[in-house]
Design a protein around this ligand. Structure first.
Ligand code: GDD
Length: 378
């Protein structure tokens, strides 16, 4: 596995890479990860039980280092295939395959990394980069997008449907499970509150401002509602200024980033989970692992119809999907869930069942492994 993003950094592709790696390592005869270095890497790498090769280079320049030394590494440590968590590093795998060092090159697809063009604003260079990306995509043996939306986007970029297999994201029902969080709620001063929860990196496309817009309407019907936001990021200041402007300071709590070991307690402090992401290309939601994490804790979830979210939420079964940017409809769904505990339980239980039976890393990684193996055997 070659990935630009790997823990201890936080984010969806980091979670994706680590969780697939854990399962694939147990199934492959030989398995290792190549990723960029991080000052706190040792604490996690030492627990993994498979080799993690850390290259001292910036995430987005990993390809440069790979083009210099991947072939040598593959000669020293032969493997059948490379699996790239993002297309950006695939050129090195393609070159190794063309020299006969591996059999096939597999690439995951989320969405932002497919659409993002670092040179978009530079005349000429932007188009060159797009042409380079399309050339790389054409030479990949098989793609594993995380949602139907991402699969459609790949086809729009010229990838044949026969080269695409959707493997949705998962979560870990042993790491995320229903639990009593009254202690944490007391500590946060939310003992008597009905908690609307978001856990995410704070970036604009996650649509937290739409939740803030909906709060006035929610509070009229459910005065004990409180919005708890877990996570950190560049959008925090903007969100805090909206809160001040709308006089919501007493109704919203930001915790900042919390460690992985505490995430389960924070999910359980919520009565429902919400993340109404917006489509702001290249910033688009590929799936939304957080919806599954919340479902695994027995929470119903509300997301928008943006990007791959419809692959993460079963509308009417595990939660609700509302039109992106529609704070009025969002408020109605929040009120509906906060005031109907049976509905809340039904959707939350179904969400947990879906995670336990289908949308867990063990199942989805096994599906991925079987598909990779079948392709390598042909
Ligand atoms: N420990 C900790 N602390 N983890 C956090 C925090 C925090 O404060 N905030 C977010 N996370 C973790 C979540 O628990 C989750 O595992 C991950 O970061 C966020 O994943 P996603 O909800 O999937 O969002 P993303 O935007 O970072 O990821 C992108 O790739 C994913 C993988 O395919 C998006 O395209 C997602 O839509 C996609 O699912």
């Amino acid at each position: 596995m070659i990935t630009q993003d790997f823990p201890p950094e936080t984010g969806g592709i980091q979670t994706y890479s680590l969780c697939h790696a854990r399962v694939l390592a147990g199934k492959c005869d030989r398995f290792g990860v190549i990723c960029p270095d991080h000052p706190d890497a040792a604490a996690i790498d030492n627990t993994l039980g498979f080799p993690v090769i850390r290259l001292k280079i910036r995430n987005d320049l990993l390809i440069v280092s790979l083009l210099r030394n991947l072939n040598r590494r593959l000669k020293e440590h032969p493997v059948d295939a490379t699996f790239h968590s993002q297309w950006q590093t695939a050129a090195a795998g393609i070159r190794a395959r063309n020299r006969g060092l591996i059999k096939q090159v597999f690439v995951a697809a989320h969405i932002r990394e497919l659409l993002f063009n670092p040179f978009a604003a530079v005349p000429g260079l932007g188009r060159l980069f797009t042409a380079y990306r399309n050339r790389v995509l054409q030479q990949v043996d098989h793609f594993y997008p995380v949602s139907d939306y991402t699969a459609r986007s790949l086809m729009e970029l010229g990838v044949e449907a026969s080269k695409i297999t959707v493997v949705i994201n998962g979560t870990d029902p042993q790491q995320f499970y229903p639990d009593d969080a009254s202690g944490l709620k007391q500590k946060l001063g939310l003992g008597s509150k009905k908690v609307i929860l978001t856990i995410t990196r704070l970036v604009e496309r996650k649509g937290l401002d739409t939740v803030l817009e909906s709060l006035e309407k929610v509070l009229k019907k459910v005065p004990e509602a409180h919005y708890l936001v877990v996570g950190e990021g560049e959008d925090r200041q903007r969100l805090e200024s909206i809160i001040r402007k709308n006089g919501l300071a007493g109704n919203v709590t930001f915790t900042g980033r919390v460690p992985y070991e505490e995430l389960n307690a924070y999910y359980n402090a919520g009565d429902l989970f919400v993340m109404p992401s917006r489509t702001q290309p290249p910033d688009v939601e590929g799936f939304g692992i957080v919806f599954l994490e919340a479902n695994a804790c027995g929470l119903p979830v509300i997301g928008s119809d943006s990007g791959g979210i419809p692959s993460a939420i079963k509308h009417g079964a595990t939660g609700f999907i509302v039109p992106e940017g529609d704070s009025g409809l969002l408020a109605e769904r929040i009120i509906e869930l906060l005031t109907h505990s049976e509905l809340r339980d039904r959707l939350g239980n179904e969400g947990r069942r879906r995670v336990v039976e289908e949308a867990n890393w063990q199942s989805v990684s096994s599906k991925l492994f079987e598909d990779l193996q079948a392709r390598l055997e042909h």
